[in-house]
Design a protein around this ligand. Structure first.
Ligand code: SF4
Length: 369
């Protein structure tokens, strides 16, 4: 499993990932920094502009396609576990961004992974998937320009996984994913099938494909790029590209959102729960108001600021002002938390209103009664 030489970075798509220093990932894992591309991207997303998309693999091919208005694809997905938290929301917004930039869009419901990793039976994940697709539609995914599917129902993905299986040894799987049950190795092969699906003949053949993911998913990208190379003669695959975004902290300031610590909220939580979690969040504030006025806060370590930066303050000037006001002691944590709660609840209310009307459409797309 990818782990840096000092043992402080763990990238585990099936477990807990810890990133102590994003800069080190460039050297340790061969990830390229995204910054040099920023000025060249025709219409950079909020995540790109703010450095939240910090790295990539082979984004050059996608950039060329975007600049020349040539064909490219974007694929990402969701594991239907019943949660739509802010990490999921990031990937959702990124796939919609690339769709709006002209990418042929593929959205995968990873129900095989939900079964293998989270023991969620298919009858249950089928219902959750409807909800997830309705979330995506409410966020702005255009279903007419997207191929939305469930892994368990997409035979071409399963066929690719079977074919790829011949080229992979147990030692390779252990090196990438650690010691795991065979079902998880199988679901990694299925994911490789998802990632390369846009490039098979049924979808117009090889094309640059970008996979926007959190850095914890990078092992899947490396694994699939290796398979794309091995099967190049047969399929002419172009090595898939990725944009890699930072992981959100927990509201308690710990490096990752964790169910056990209940340190995050989802778009499905009750407004009172969301408000309570933000109220109780760790901050980068000082011990007293006097100190905060004098020394200013530390937004860099503050999950309340991070929530605003990643999701709830879209205007760049506004987020710069919040940062500045915190740093100079003009903004206090109590007041800021109150503002943040209002913003989040407004977003959630509006999202739910839109989503409610889209459930039927989502059922039709997934052919679920
Ligand atoms: S003022 Fe806001 S950004 Fe600054 S430390 Fe307090 S909660 Fe965080």
């Amino acid at each position: 499993m990818p782990q840096d030489s000092k043992g402080k970075t763990v990238l585990d798509p099936f477990g807990t990932s810890v990133v102590a220093d994003y800069e080190r990932l460039y050297k340790e894992f061969g990830i390229e920094p995204f910054k040099p591309f920023l000025s060249k991207v025709p219409n950079p997303s909020m995540y790109m502009r703010r450095g939240i998309v910090f790295g990539h693999r082979d984004f050059g091919g996608i950039l060329n396609a975007m600049q020349r208005r040539e064909e490219f694809a974007v694929l990402s997905g969701i594991k239907p576990t019943g949660e739509f938290h802010l990490g999921t929301l990031m990937t959702a917004k990124e796939i919609i961004y690339f769709q709006q930039q002209g990418g042929k869009t593929f959205y995968c419901i990873a129900d095989i992974e939900a079964y293998e990793d989270n023991k969620i039976p298919f009858e249950k994940s089928e219902k959750i998937a409807v909800d997830n697709v309705a979330d995506m539609l409410a966020l702005g995914l255009d279903p007419k320009q997207a191929y939305i599917y469930r892994q368990s129902k997409e035979v071409r993905v399963k066929d690719l996984a079977i074919i790829f299986g011949r080229a992979v040894t147990l030692a390779t799987m252990k090196a990438i994913y650690g010691e795991r049950h065979i079902g998880l190795y199988l679901s990694a092969l299925i994911q490789a099938g998802d990632i390369l699906l846009p490039q098979i003949e049924d979808f117009g053949g090889p094309k640059p494909t970008v996979i926007p993911v959190g850095i914890d998913q990078d092992p899947h990208i490396r694994f699939t790029r290796d398979l794309a190379q091995r099967f190049h003669r047969k399929y002419r695959f172009i090595l898939p590209s990725s944009t890699l975004h930072k992981l959100m902290k927990g509201l308690d300031g710990s490096p990752k959102m964790s169910k056990r610590q209940m340190n995050y909220f989802t778009l499905h939580d009750k407004p009172e729960t969301i408000a309570e979690r933000i109220s109780n969040a760790f901050t980068g504030g000082r011990a007293t108001i006097k100190e905060q006025r004098e020394l200013g806060g530390i937004p860099e370590i503050c999950p309340v600021y991070e929530n605003c930066l990643f999701h709830f303050v879209e205007d760049d000037d506004e987020i710069t002002k919040i940062y500045h006001d915190c740093k100079t002691g003009k903004l206090l944590c109590g007041e800021h938390k109150k503002q943040a709660i209002e913003r989040v609840l407004k977003f959630v209310k509006e999202h739910r209103r839109r989503k409610k009307r889209l459930i039927d459409k989502a059922q039709k797309i997934l052919q679920v009664e």
